[in-house]
Each structure stands twice: as C-alpha cells, then as structure tokens.
Design a protein around this ligand. Structure first.
Ligand SMILES: [Zn+2]
Length: 271
C-alpha cells in the first residue's frame, strides 16, 4: 500500500499575510492511498466545479477565504496527471464535510463516501446558520454513496476510541473521532511502513499549535474561535493529539489539512 499527500486546493485568506502569516497560504492536504488496483482518498479538497466558480460554490465566506482558481489542484486532475483513472477511486473518507474538504466529491460520483453519523446529518440538514454556510448543498447534489459510521467500535487506537476493520477498507485504515471543529469531525490514521500517518483534518491549523506548554500564535487562536463549532471540545482534542505525539511520536506522525509548514516540508516550497 502506497500513501502520498496531495494538495487539492489553496486558500489565500484576505489579510492573513499581516494578521496570521502562518495561514496566509492554506493548502487543502489530502491523502491518496494506492492499494493494488484501487485508490482511496482521505478528503477531497476543492473540486472541478469549485474551481470554475469558487464564490458561487463555496459561499459568501469565500470572499474572505479566497480559494485560488487552479483546476490543476483538483484530485481528479492530479490522479490523471499520475496516469491513474478516477474510476479507480472506490472510497473517499472525509474528516468532515466542510466546503474545502468535500468539494471534490462530485468529481468521484461512484465512490463510497465514509463519514461519521453527526457529520452526515448536520451537513445534509444543517441545524444552524453557521452550518448552512459551511456545508454546501452543491457538493452533495449528485447523491454520494454514503457509508455512515455510527459510534465507535469500542476499540482502542493509542488511547483513542476508534472504528477499525471497516468493511470494504484496508485494515490499515482506522477512523478516530475528533469532534470539535465540527460535531462529526474525524481523524484518519493509516498504517504504512513502520508507523502511522494520522490525518487530523482541521483539529489544528499550524504545527506551532502542537508545541507543548506554549500558547498557539494569537492569529491562529482568533481563527479557531470562528472556525471551530465547539471550541472547548476542539481544544481538548488538540491536547489529546499533543499527548499522543509526546507518548508515541516515534510511531505516529500527524498531518493537518491546512498546515502551511507541512506543505513546505513535503513539497519544498510555499503553497
Ligand atoms: Zn478546512
């Protein structure tokens, strides 16, 4: 099984260059898992239609988020660029269904889409104004083949309740609920080589937030307060991730969707 990191969208939030330099160019980091002749994505980033009409598709908040129009960044185009066929994508696991994570779903209409129950229910029938803005109906209009996961399987992954041995997915893929950013937000751990790569979605935005005993930079803290639906729950998850790295950092590496430093580390340049 091969695992690689794709950037499937870049947002250049207006004003961030001065207020939150760490988030001035925010990638949408996804995972591509290649197993035999099939492909699995963790998150889908922005999709083809989002690139044609970002504000129309992503909503009013895109005036601030300022997603770059670059169709070459879509997972669809990147797979083709690697000589892979979009039809090989059998499954997409979504950390959550915010616009910048679910935008690529319409590009893979036949894939099964794995989400936790609260995420599915809130995205399809948003109970609040904030959720109506962040979840975009157009991303689900094609009728995704949902695989909705109820609760956890009562099993443990480094002290986290998790969902393991999911039918149709490799046993090396584990879902780890991390609610807070959204109510059904979920980390995805993938075992490969000697260790695990843990995609933490939007549980943190910048690697600086993982520093033990230090407050996150002020700009990142301000961004959290508007982006996390349940901020105190999200901060508890962040502490758990720090604890995981402190105890098992030799076995587990983390990645977060919008971490600019992670992008630079992987791609050797700024997004
Ligand atoms: Zn996000």
């Amino acid at each position: 099984m091969e695992v690689s990191v794709l950037n499937c969208g870049t947002m250049r939030p207006r004003g961030a260059r001065f207020l939150v330099p760490r988030m001035s160019a925010s990638p949408c980091l996804c995972l591509l898992i290649e197993e035999a002749d099939r492909l699995i994505l963790v998150d889908s980033g922005l999709g083809t239609m989002d690139m044609e009409d970002p504000t129309g598709r992503l909503g009013f908040s895109n005036v601030l988020l300022n997603a770059e129009r670059d169709p070459g960044l879509t997972a669809l185009r990147q797979l083709r660029g690697r000589g892979l066929h979009p039809e090989q994508v059998t499954d997409i696991i979504c950390t959550h269904l915010d616009r910048d994570h679910a935008g690529g779903l319409p590009d893979f209409p036949d894939a099964r889409v794995h989400v936790l129950r609260p995420e599915h229910d809130h995205a399809l029938d948003p109970p609040s104004r904030r959720e109506r803005e962040r979840y975009r109906r157009c991303h689900f209009a094609h009728g995704p083949r949902w695989e909705v996961h109820e609760g956890t399987s009562g099993e443990d992954w480094f002290g986290f309740n998790c969902i393991r041995n999911i039918e149709g997915l490799p046993s090396e893929v584990v879902l780890v609920p991390l609610p807070g950013h959204t109510l059904g937000h979920c980390g995805v751990a993938v075992r490969y080589g000697q260790g695990w790569l843990f995609h933490c979605g939007d549980s943190y935005y910048a690697r600086a937030e993982l520093a033990v005993g230090q407050k996150a930079p002020a700009g990142v803290r301000a961004f959290r307060s508007v982006a996390h639906l349940d901020r105190s729950c999200a901060l508890r998850q962040l502490e758990r991730i720090k604890g995981l790295l402190a105890a098992h950092g030799s076995e587990v590496a983390t990645i977060a969707s919008h971490d600019q430093a992670e992008y630079v580390k992987r791609f050797g340049r700024a997004p």
